[in-house]
Write a protein that binds this ligand. Structure first.
Ligand code: AKB
Length: 318
Protein backbone atom coordinates (compact mmCIF):
# COMPACT_ATOMS: atom_id res chain seq x y z
CA UNK A 1 0.00 0.00 0.00
CA UNK A 2 1.34 3.41 -1.06
CA UNK A 3 1.75 5.92 1.81
CA UNK A 4 2.95 9.27 0.60
CA UNK A 5 4.42 12.06 2.70
CA UNK A 6 4.84 15.63 1.44
CA UNK A 7 7.31 17.79 3.36
CA UNK A 8 6.76 21.51 2.80
CA UNK A 9 3.04 20.90 2.24
CA UNK A 10 2.00 24.48 3.06
CA UNK A 11 4.15 25.99 0.31
CA UNK A 12 3.23 27.00 -3.23
CA UNK A 13 3.82 23.56 -4.79
CA UNK A 14 3.07 21.52 -1.66
CA UNK A 15 -0.50 22.69 -1.19
CA UNK A 16 -1.60 21.81 -4.72
CA UNK A 17 0.45 18.64 -4.78
CA UNK A 18 -1.18 17.31 -1.58
CA UNK A 19 -4.66 18.13 -2.89
CA UNK A 20 -3.99 16.29 -6.19
CA UNK A 21 -2.22 13.32 -4.58
CA UNK A 22 -5.13 12.93 -2.13
CA UNK A 23 -7.61 12.93 -5.01
CA UNK A 24 -5.61 10.20 -6.74
CA UNK A 25 -4.48 8.02 -3.86
CA UNK A 26 -6.96 8.77 -1.04
CA UNK A 27 -6.76 11.47 1.63
CA UNK A 28 -5.67 9.08 4.39
CA UNK A 29 -2.73 7.84 2.28
CA UNK A 30 -1.13 11.26 1.89
CA UNK A 31 0.51 12.78 4.97
CA UNK A 32 0.97 16.52 4.70
CA UNK A 33 3.81 17.95 6.73
CA UNK A 34 5.25 21.39 7.25
CA UNK A 35 7.26 23.36 9.78
CA UNK A 36 4.13 25.50 10.38
CA UNK A 37 2.02 24.46 13.36
CA UNK A 38 -1.25 25.75 11.89
CA UNK A 39 -2.82 23.59 9.20
CA UNK A 40 -4.17 25.27 6.06
CA UNK A 41 -7.83 24.61 5.26
CA UNK A 42 -6.83 22.93 1.98
CA UNK A 43 -4.82 20.33 3.93
CA UNK A 44 -7.37 19.55 6.64
CA UNK A 45 -9.00 16.54 4.97
CA UNK A 46 -6.12 14.16 5.75
CA UNK A 47 -3.23 13.55 8.17
CA UNK A 48 -0.92 16.46 9.02
CA UNK A 49 2.38 16.38 10.90
CA UNK A 50 4.24 19.45 12.07
CA UNK A 51 7.92 18.80 11.32
CA UNK A 52 11.21 20.57 10.80
CA UNK A 53 12.90 18.39 8.16
CA UNK A 54 16.29 19.07 9.80
CA UNK A 55 15.03 17.24 12.92
CA UNK A 56 16.08 13.79 11.76
CA UNK A 57 14.77 11.87 14.81
CA UNK A 58 11.27 13.31 14.48
CA UNK A 59 11.32 12.75 10.70
CA UNK A 60 12.17 9.07 11.20
CA UNK A 61 9.55 8.68 13.94
CA UNK A 62 6.81 10.14 11.68
CA UNK A 63 7.86 7.97 8.73
CA UNK A 64 7.69 4.84 10.92
CA UNK A 65 4.39 5.88 12.57
CA UNK A 66 2.61 6.22 9.20
CA UNK A 67 4.52 3.50 7.31
CA UNK A 68 5.52 6.06 4.66
CA UNK A 69 6.66 4.51 1.36
CA UNK A 70 7.16 7.62 -0.82
CA UNK A 71 8.47 11.06 0.04
CA UNK A 72 8.09 14.39 -1.76
CA UNK A 73 10.59 16.78 -0.17
CA UNK A 74 9.64 20.37 -1.01
CA UNK A 75 10.93 22.30 2.01
CA UNK A 76 13.63 24.73 0.84
CA UNK A 77 14.66 28.38 0.82
CA UNK A 78 14.24 29.85 -2.69
CA UNK A 79 16.65 32.02 -4.64
CA UNK A 80 15.97 35.54 -3.37
CA UNK A 81 15.60 34.58 0.32
CA UNK A 82 18.64 32.31 0.13
CA UNK A 83 20.82 35.26 -0.95
CA UNK A 84 19.79 37.00 2.29
CA UNK A 85 20.37 33.95 4.51
CA UNK A 86 23.12 31.94 2.78
CA UNK A 87 24.16 29.82 5.78
CA UNK A 88 20.64 28.84 6.68
CA UNK A 89 19.70 28.20 3.04
CA UNK A 90 22.62 25.82 2.61
CA UNK A 91 21.81 24.08 5.90
CA UNK A 92 18.10 23.63 5.20
CA UNK A 93 18.42 22.72 1.53
CA UNK A 94 21.21 20.17 2.06
CA UNK A 95 20.40 18.72 5.51
CA UNK A 96 16.77 18.19 4.52
CA UNK A 97 17.87 16.32 1.41
CA UNK A 98 20.41 14.12 3.24
CA UNK A 99 17.88 13.23 5.94
CA UNK A 100 15.44 12.06 3.28
CA UNK A 101 18.02 10.31 1.07
CA UNK A 102 19.22 8.41 4.14
CA UNK A 103 15.66 7.24 4.86
CA UNK A 104 15.79 5.45 1.51
CA UNK A 105 19.36 4.23 2.05
CA UNK A 106 18.21 2.69 5.36
CA UNK A 107 15.24 1.12 3.53
CA UNK A 108 12.61 3.04 5.51
CA UNK A 109 11.08 4.43 2.28
CA UNK A 110 11.11 3.23 -1.35
CA UNK A 111 10.93 6.36 -3.50
CA UNK A 112 11.81 10.07 -3.32
CA UNK A 113 10.84 13.16 -5.27
CA UNK A 114 13.14 16.13 -4.80
CA UNK A 115 12.79 19.38 -6.76
CA UNK A 116 15.70 21.02 -8.51
CA UNK A 117 15.43 24.27 -10.44
CA UNK A 118 16.55 26.25 -13.49
CA UNK A 119 18.76 27.95 -10.87
CA UNK A 120 21.34 25.16 -11.37
CA UNK A 121 22.41 27.00 -14.54
CA UNK A 122 24.65 30.06 -14.58
CA UNK A 123 25.76 32.89 -16.83
CA UNK A 124 28.10 30.66 -18.87
CA UNK A 125 25.24 28.29 -19.70
CA UNK A 126 23.75 28.66 -23.21
CA UNK A 127 20.73 30.87 -22.52
CA UNK A 128 18.27 29.78 -25.18
CA UNK A 129 16.84 26.30 -25.42
CA UNK A 130 19.25 25.29 -22.63
CA UNK A 131 20.11 21.60 -23.02
CA UNK A 132 19.94 18.93 -20.32
CA UNK A 133 23.72 18.49 -20.30
CA UNK A 134 25.69 21.73 -20.49
CA UNK A 135 27.87 24.17 -18.56
CA UNK A 136 26.28 24.72 -15.13
CA UNK A 137 28.24 27.11 -12.82
CA UNK A 138 25.34 28.54 -10.77
CA UNK A 139 26.15 31.82 -9.01
CA UNK A 140 23.42 31.88 -6.33
CA UNK A 141 23.38 30.07 -2.99
CA UNK A 142 20.11 28.45 -3.99
CA UNK A 143 21.50 27.32 -7.36
CA UNK A 144 24.65 25.95 -5.75
CA UNK A 145 22.55 23.98 -3.23
CA UNK A 146 20.35 22.62 -6.04
CA UNK A 147 23.30 21.57 -8.20
CA UNK A 148 24.99 19.92 -5.21
CA UNK A 149 21.67 18.23 -4.41
CA UNK A 150 21.41 16.89 -7.96
CA UNK A 151 24.87 15.38 -7.74
CA UNK A 152 24.01 13.75 -4.40
CA UNK A 153 20.73 12.36 -5.77
CA UNK A 154 22.58 10.75 -8.66
CA UNK A 155 25.28 9.46 -6.31
CA UNK A 156 22.72 7.84 -3.96
CA UNK A 157 20.83 6.38 -6.93
CA UNK A 158 23.99 4.79 -8.33
CA UNK A 159 25.80 3.81 -5.12
CA UNK A 160 22.85 2.69 -3.00
CA UNK A 161 20.29 1.82 -5.69
CA UNK A 162 17.83 4.42 -4.45
CA UNK A 163 14.81 5.43 -6.51
CA UNK A 164 15.11 9.21 -6.40
CA UNK A 165 13.51 11.34 -9.13
CA UNK A 166 13.74 15.04 -9.81
CA UNK A 167 12.67 17.93 -12.04
CA UNK A 168 14.38 21.27 -12.64
CA UNK A 169 11.33 23.45 -12.12
CA UNK A 170 11.00 26.72 -14.00
CA UNK A 171 9.19 29.61 -12.24
CA UNK A 172 5.79 28.32 -11.11
CA UNK A 173 2.57 30.29 -11.44
CA UNK A 174 -0.52 29.54 -9.36
CA UNK A 175 -3.34 31.23 -7.47
CA UNK A 176 -4.17 28.89 -4.56
CA UNK A 177 -0.96 29.45 -2.67
CA UNK A 178 1.53 32.27 -2.93
CA UNK A 179 5.18 31.64 -3.78
CA UNK A 180 7.71 33.08 -1.35
CA UNK A 181 11.23 34.31 -1.84
CA UNK A 182 11.76 33.44 -5.50
CA UNK A 183 13.07 35.49 -8.42
CA UNK A 184 10.23 34.37 -10.67
CA UNK A 185 7.55 35.48 -8.15
CA UNK A 186 6.83 38.67 -10.13
CA UNK A 187 4.82 36.54 -12.58
CA UNK A 188 2.39 35.74 -9.73
CA UNK A 189 2.46 39.15 -7.96
CA UNK A 190 1.51 40.92 -11.18
CA UNK A 191 -1.93 39.25 -11.22
CA UNK A 192 -2.72 40.48 -7.69
CA UNK A 193 -2.01 44.07 -8.74
CA UNK A 194 -3.98 43.65 -11.96
CA UNK A 195 -7.04 42.31 -10.13
CA UNK A 196 -6.82 44.87 -7.32
CA UNK A 197 -6.70 47.66 -9.88
CA UNK A 198 -3.24 48.79 -8.66
CA UNK A 199 -0.25 49.70 -10.79
CA UNK A 200 2.48 47.06 -10.68
CA UNK A 201 6.14 47.80 -10.01
CA UNK A 202 8.16 44.94 -11.46
CA UNK A 203 11.44 44.02 -9.77
CA UNK A 204 12.84 42.67 -13.07
CA UNK A 205 13.42 44.65 -16.25
CA UNK A 206 10.93 44.47 -19.12
CA UNK A 207 13.15 42.32 -21.38
CA UNK A 208 14.06 39.60 -18.85
CA UNK A 209 12.89 36.33 -20.40
CA UNK A 210 12.57 33.39 -17.98
CA UNK A 211 11.11 29.88 -18.24
CA UNK A 212 7.80 29.62 -16.37
CA UNK A 213 5.02 27.06 -15.95
CA UNK A 214 1.42 26.99 -14.78
CA UNK A 215 1.12 24.95 -11.59
CA UNK A 216 -1.27 22.36 -12.99
CA UNK A 217 1.35 21.41 -15.60
CA UNK A 218 4.02 21.24 -12.88
CA UNK A 219 1.91 18.98 -10.65
CA UNK A 220 1.05 16.73 -13.61
CA UNK A 221 4.74 16.52 -14.54
CA UNK A 222 5.73 15.69 -10.96
CA UNK A 223 3.20 12.90 -10.45
CA UNK A 224 3.77 11.57 -13.95
CA UNK A 225 7.52 11.36 -13.32
CA UNK A 226 6.91 9.58 -10.00
CA UNK A 227 4.41 7.13 -11.49
CA UNK A 228 6.52 6.26 -14.55
CA UNK A 229 7.99 2.74 -14.73
CA UNK A 230 11.42 2.68 -13.15
CA UNK A 231 13.16 1.69 -16.40
CA UNK A 232 11.96 4.91 -18.07
CA UNK A 233 13.85 7.05 -15.58
CA UNK A 234 17.23 7.43 -17.23
CA UNK A 235 18.29 10.66 -15.50
CA UNK A 236 18.90 10.50 -11.77
CA UNK A 237 20.23 14.02 -11.29
CA UNK A 238 17.22 16.07 -12.47
CA UNK A 239 15.16 16.50 -15.65
CA UNK A 240 14.96 19.80 -17.54
CA UNK A 241 11.34 20.97 -17.84
CA UNK A 242 10.64 23.76 -20.29
CA UNK A 243 7.22 25.30 -19.81
CA UNK A 244 6.73 28.68 -21.46
CA UNK A 245 9.18 31.52 -21.70
CA UNK A 246 8.17 35.15 -21.52
CA UNK A 247 9.35 38.57 -20.38
CA UNK A 248 7.57 40.96 -17.95
CA UNK A 249 6.70 43.08 -20.98
CA UNK A 250 5.00 40.11 -22.66
CA UNK A 251 2.96 38.99 -19.66
CA UNK A 252 1.93 42.62 -19.09
CA UNK A 253 0.74 42.89 -22.72
CA UNK A 254 -1.30 39.69 -22.31
CA UNK A 255 -2.92 40.89 -19.05
CA UNK A 256 -3.68 44.28 -20.61
CA UNK A 257 -5.92 42.58 -23.18
CA UNK A 258 -8.43 41.96 -20.33
CA UNK A 259 -7.40 44.82 -18.00
CA UNK A 260 -6.85 47.74 -20.43
CA UNK A 261 -6.20 50.30 -17.63
CA UNK A 262 -3.53 48.21 -15.94
CA UNK A 263 -0.14 49.99 -15.69
CA UNK A 264 3.34 48.63 -15.06
CA UNK A 265 6.65 50.26 -14.22
CA UNK A 266 10.06 48.66 -13.91
CA UNK A 267 12.35 49.04 -10.93
CA UNK A 268 14.87 46.17 -11.05
CA UNK A 269 16.44 45.22 -7.69
CA UNK A 270 18.97 42.58 -6.56
CA UNK A 271 16.84 39.86 -8.17
CA UNK A 272 17.71 41.17 -11.65
CA UNK A 273 21.25 39.81 -11.29
CA UNK A 274 19.88 36.41 -10.32
CA UNK A 275 17.47 36.37 -13.28
CA UNK A 276 20.25 37.46 -15.66
CA UNK A 277 22.26 34.38 -14.68
CA UNK A 278 19.41 31.98 -15.56
CA UNK A 279 18.31 30.56 -18.94
CA UNK A 280 15.62 32.23 -21.02
CA UNK A 281 14.20 28.96 -22.31
CA UNK A 282 14.75 25.27 -21.63
CA UNK A 283 15.04 22.18 -23.81
CA UNK A 284 13.11 19.31 -22.19
CA UNK A 285 13.54 16.66 -24.88
CA UNK A 286 14.75 14.07 -22.35
CA UNK A 287 11.60 14.43 -20.24
CA UNK A 288 9.50 14.11 -23.40
CA UNK A 289 11.38 11.00 -24.57
CA UNK A 290 11.80 9.21 -21.24
CA UNK A 291 8.42 9.69 -19.55
CA UNK A 292 6.22 11.31 -22.17
CA UNK A 293 6.17 14.86 -20.87
CA UNK A 294 4.18 17.53 -22.67
CA UNK A 295 2.83 20.80 -21.25
CA UNK A 296 -0.72 22.07 -21.79
CA UNK A 297 -0.65 25.74 -20.83
CA UNK A 298 0.54 28.67 -22.94
CA UNK A 299 0.76 32.30 -21.82
CA UNK A 300 -2.74 33.20 -22.99
CA UNK A 301 -4.42 30.28 -21.20
CA UNK A 302 -2.38 30.87 -18.05
CA UNK A 303 -3.30 34.58 -17.91
CA UNK A 304 -7.00 33.85 -18.38
CA UNK A 305 -7.04 31.37 -15.48
CA UNK A 306 -4.99 33.59 -13.18
CA UNK A 307 -7.14 36.68 -13.84
CA UNK A 308 -10.30 34.67 -13.27
CA UNK A 309 -9.12 33.27 -9.95
CA UNK A 310 -6.61 35.55 -8.19
CA UNK A 311 -8.40 37.39 -5.35
CA UNK A 312 -11.65 35.81 -6.48
CA UNK A 313 -12.68 35.19 -2.88
CA UNK A 314 -10.81 38.22 -1.58
CA UNK A 315 -8.39 36.00 0.36
CA UNK A 316 -4.75 35.45 -0.42
CA UNK A 317 -3.91 31.97 0.77
CA UNK A 318 -0.39 32.04 2.20
C1 AKB B 1 12.94 30.92 -7.68
O1 AKB B 1 12.65 31.93 -8.36
O2 AKB B 1 13.82 30.91 -6.81
C2 AKB B 1 12.22 29.64 -7.96
C3 AKB B 1 12.95 28.78 -8.93
C4 AKB B 1 13.06 29.16 -10.35
O3 AKB B 1 13.47 27.76 -8.55
N1 AKB B 1 10.90 29.92 -8.47
Amino acid sequence: MKKIMVIGASGQIGTELVVTLRQQFGAQNVIASDVKDTVKDALKDGPYEQLDVMDNDSLRAIVKKHGVTEMYLLAALLSATAEKHPDFAWKLNMEGLFNVLNLAKDKLIDKIFWPSSIAVFGSNTPKDNTPQYTIMEPSTVYGISKLAGERWCEYYAKQYNIDVRSIRYPGLISYTSLPGGGTTDYAVDIFYSANRGDNYTCFLSEKTALPMMYMEDAIRATISLMESPIDNIKIRSSYNLGGISFTPEEIYAEIKKSRPDFKIEYNPDFRQKIADSWPSSINDQHAQNDWGWSGKYDLEKLCKIMLANVLDDGIEVK
